[in-house]
Design a protein around this ligand. Structure first.
Ligand code: FAD
Length: 484
């Protein structure tokens, strides 16, 4: 890291008109709108905020540019006006690791053991067909709890054969055949069909479970997660009273608030050809320019997203990021669902393979820990409008109420209201098995550090914040710091 004075003179040098073949006109920016920093970070969700905090803790200067009006990304904390309670309905649980505990203790934010509510009973219904509660027939392999437990152990044994999956996507060549199978075929091959019911709920937001490539299921549900949630390992952690958003609000203050974190921002252009990275940003208070030694991209790297931020993509980057497909995922808080507060509904189709309900659709509807509130999660493998999702949720609630006579049983007569509703697209970024087999992830990882650019987030690790932060510590940050 250059001392501040030296870096400032480097910045002055940059202000000369001969800087690169830039289309960003540095001279058009007032000096008080230019931020000279070690690292410019695009995206202030889980990965971007973590990296920003750790870089600052190590003495580096950062500027974080975030599209939303807050840090936190997939964290959604609903503040219930009726009770004052904070309810997490995006990120709800984190693995109990030293990296997670250190991060929260640095901000003096509490964590507590994640538990399920024993007063709630799980039931099944076909949400699309009739909504009637039905017990899984014996033809469905996950109807037998002993078979489910045995299959969880079997999954643990299978996934343990691939220790390289724990840290990012460092796949061997050739990629093991099982990792490339659709998960349905993997389950039949290893006689693990009894996993399907549990995994339908666990692998949320990805798409049709049985069609999902096994590699991605393994990345989403590592052995540590199975152990944590099945009682075989240390249980996961959840936020205490303030919700996870509180951590991000403290991170915002720690990073220097508006001085170093630009919220409600639109990145217009990013240029990397000169001696420094230039990031031109439109903000509610006018245009800003960040001049940084290195760039950290912490948004989902779909080609469309990277084009939206005006990144001067190379042919190699276009070729790699252009291969990504993505799933679509919504999290929703319902007030007055009209469903009983002691039943958790899972969507099932006992006539479909392994009893798994096809998506798009709702995976689960469960009572929240706050009175009169219910949570639901909606997944689609293809694009859907928010209006379509809302209509489907309300129609499903009506079907469940009518089919099971909940209204007659005296449930709340008030109309359901979607008081929390977030569209998390693009959610899981995937490539086809043939691309994985041809070394896609080696090429993706090979981009790290090229053109003063570093990449982080779920696409490089997994949709698991504890895994992202552990990977940031072990892989990303040491290399990024060495480049400064
Ligand atoms: C509903 C839901 C529940 C989840 N539950 C859990 C859980 O319980 N435990 C767990 O560990 N993980 C959970 N996850 C997964 C986890 O939260 C994600 O994997 C993690 O947030 C990924 O971090 P990220 O930094 O890659 O992306 P994000 O956290 O999404 O961060 C990306 C950030 O970039 C910003 N951004 C996007 N476009 C732009 C742009 N053009 N300019 C500037 N900024 C932009 C976004 O607003 C966002 O803040 C959940 C995810 C969802 C959606």
């Amino acid at each position: 890291m250059l001392p501040t004075k030296q870096f400032l003179s480097a910045a002055l040098l940059l202000l000369s008109p001969s800087f690169g073949a830039a289309t960003i006109d540095i001279g058009s920016y007032l000096s008080n709108t230019i931020l000279v920093r070690d690292v410019a970070i695009i995206g202030g969700g889980s990965s971007g905020t973590y990296a920003a905090v750790q870089l600052k803790r190590s003495g580096y200067s950062v500027a974080v540019v975030e599209k939303a009006g807050r840090l936190g990304g997939h964290v959604d904390t609903y503040q219930d006006p009726a009770t004052g309670a904070a309810l997490d309905y995006g990120v709800v649980a984190l693995l109990n690791t030293s990296v997670v505990r250190d991060y929260f203790s640095f901000f003096n934010e509490g964590l507590t053991t994640f538990t399920t509510d024993p007063s709630i009973t799980g039931v099944y219904a076909n949400f699309k067909k009739d909504g009637k509660i039905a017990a899984p027939p014996a033809t469905v392999p996950w109807a037998d709890p002993a078979a489910v437990f045995a299959s969880l152990l079997g999954y643990g044994a299978q996934i343990s054969q691939y220790p390289f999956l724990v840290d990012g996507y460092n796949l061997p060549n050739p990629v093991p055949e099982d990792l490339l199978l659709p998960f349905g075929e993997f389950l039949s091959k290893h006689n693990l069909g009894a996993l399907a019911g549990t995994f339908f709920n666990l692998v949320s937001g990805v798409g049709n479970l049985l069609a999902t490539t096994t590699l991605y299921v393994f990345k989403y549900v590592p052995k540590t997660t199975i152990d944590a949630f099945s009682g075989l390992g240390t249980p996961p952690l959840t936020s205490t009273g303030n919700g996870f958003q509180a951590l991000y609000n403290k991170a915002f203050a720690y990073l220097g608030s508006g001085a170093n974190v630009i919220l409600n921002a639109k990145v217009r252009v990013i240029e990397r050809d000169g001696p420094r990275v230039l990031v031109a940003v439109t903000t509610p208070s006018g245009p800003k320019l960040i001049i940084a030694k290195e760039l950290l991209v912490a948004v989902q790297p779909k080609l469309s997203v990277l084009q939206e931020i005006g990144l001067d993509l190379t042919r190699e980057e276009r070729g790699i990021f252009g291969q990504f497909n993505n799933s679509y995922y919504w999290d929703i808080v319902i007030k007055n669902s009209g469903l009983p507060a002691d039943l958790s509904f899972t969507n099932a189709d006992f006539d479909a393979p392994l009893g798994i309900a096809p998506l798009p659709g709702i995976q689960n509807i469960s009572p929240a820990r706050v009175k009169d509130l219910t949570l639901t999660y909606y997944t689609s493998p293809s694009s859907k409008t928010d209006a379509e999702v809302k209509a489907d949720v309300l129609a499903t609630l009506a079907r469940l109420r009518t089919a099971n006579n909940f209204t007659a049983a005296g449930a709340s007569p008030a109309a359901p209201e979607l008081v929390g509703f977030n569209n998390h697209q693009p959610f899981w970024l995937t490539v086809p098995p043939a691309a994985i087999a041809s070394g896609f992830y080696g090429q993706l990882n090979g981009l790290q550090g090229k053109k003063k650019t570093w990449w982080t987030g779920a696409t490089f690790v997994a949709h698991d914040s504890s895994a992202i932060w552990a990977w940031s510590e072990a892989s990303l940050l040491p290399k990024l710091k060495a480049a400064l």
